[in-house]
Design a protein around this ligand. Structure first.
Ligand SMILES: Nc1nc2c(ncn2[C@@H]2O[C@H](COP(=O)(O)OP(=O)(O)OP(=O)(O)O)[C@@H](O)[C@H]2O)c(=O)[nH]1
Ligand SMILES: [Mg+2]
Length: 350
């Protein structure tokens, strides 16, 4: 009986959330339309306000709310294992990953009955469907090319907007999408590709390396791009298997425990402030030590293999709680942030 009441309550709550979602979507759309009119009138008279970005972001967010899309963005410095983490999650080696700079496109992973890749262009060209082999071959940059482009401050595929991979992964049902991004680096122009998409996402999976705890660059990205955006951030401390490899004696368990404790301390000192939600410290629900490569290897051999010891079960548990319990609150928080950002930009422009 108790179960039945709980299920009914749950369904009622979901219906309420769906209703509020549409209301918030309509409000955002109205604000965007009003600003669009203001831009149009301004253009004819005193000049534009320069709010096109805000208008686009609010329209995208309104569309997401209507369609029930919830987007998680995988972000991090170069070579932290972002693509390997996603491949491990899928259980197949689909996203390009390498020791060399590699991911060159924003790649959105969404639910589809058939496995499929589509490239979307920004120059009016029709979208291109291709197989996974051609996707890896044609849209991965080699290291010399990457260095050259970085020097020239050019993008690898300037005519591509993003790629979409459709995949029959249960996690992606119910409108969850995960975005793989090119690694951040110190070229602002290149980062713009990943960071420009943040406002289309609700939560961040920030991937770091256990053996390079919180580099200066990473602290800067968090400070400049993540703080104060109303985003929920999960921190994935990847490559935890490498701590052992880096010891003088990999079989010395005491040395391993000591090294791990030291690393944990550094992460806690730097990440704790990003894990305070409504005044509460929820660090254990936001920071996870994972080993993506061993997890991927196990899943490629056997898709039902246990991932015990790789940190994946713990992270997946927290992500599931987040997606079922906190998702709606996060969606509304993000809509509020976008509206108030547009408000302050408008005031500045006036
Ligand atoms: N030992 C170990 N190696 C890993 C792990 N995760 C990733 N790697 C390796 O690290 C290298 C980089 O991995 P990627 O997944 O391409 O990293 P990325 O962050 O997507 O790189 P960019 O897209 O170029 O920024 C690859 O050689 C992976 O095999 C891990 O958990 N353990
Ligand atoms: Mg990558």
């Amino acid at each position: 009986m108790i179960d039945k009441i709980e299920v009914e309550n749950f369904i009622q709550d979901l219906a309420k959330v769906a209703k509020v979602r549409v209301e918030v979507a309509e409000s955002l759309e109205k604000i965007a339309q009003t600003l669009e009119t203001a831009e149009f009138v301004g253009k004819e008279t005193s000049g534009e306000f320069g709010l096109n970005r805000e208008i686009e972001d609010m329209k995208a967010s309104s569309k997401n709310l209507r369609e029930g899309v919830f987007r998680l963005m995988v972000l991090g410095d170069m070579k932290r294992g972002k693509s390997t983490f996603l491949n491990a999650l899928i259980g197949e080696n689909i996203l390009p990953s390498d020791v060399n700079p590699c991911t060159a496109l924003l790649t959105v992973l969404r639910y589809g009955v058939e496995k499929k890749v589509t490239i979307y262009f920004n120059d009016g060209k029709n979208p291109e469907d291709l197989d996974f082999q051609s996707f890896k071959r044609n849209y991965t940059i080699d290291p010399t090319e990457a260095k050259k482009l970085e020097k020239e401050k050019k993008q690898a595929f300037p005519d591509v907007d993003y790629a979409v991979i459709e995949y029959p992964l249960p996690l992606l049902e119910k409108g969850v999408e995960i975005v793989d991004t090119p690694g951040l680096n110190d070229t602002e122009d290149r980062n713009e590709l990943s960071l420009g998409y943040i406002n289309n996402c609700h939560a961040i999976l920030f991937v770091m390396r256990a053996t390079q705890p919180c580099t200066l660059g990473e602290r800067r990205y968090l400070e400049n791009y993540i703080k104060g955006r109303g985003l929920s951030v999960f921190f994935l401390i990847n490559g935890s298997d490498q701590i052992r490899e880096s010891l003088i004696d990999p079989d010395d368990l005491e040395e391993l425990a000591e090294a791990s404790a030291k690393i944990r301390k550094v992460f806690y000192a730097n990440l704790a402030e990003y894990c305070i939600v409504d005044g509460q410290d929820i660090y254990p629900e936001r920071v996870f030590e994972i080993s993506s490569l061993p997890a991927l290897r196990r899943r490629i051999k056997d898709s039902f293999a246990s991932l015990e010891g790789t940190g994946f079960p713990e992270f997946m548990g927290a992500l599931n709680t987040f997606l079922t319990k906190e998702r709606a609150a996060q969606e509304f928080r993000q809509a509020q942030t976008l509206a108030s950002q547009a408000n302050s930009r408008m005031k500045e422009a006036i």
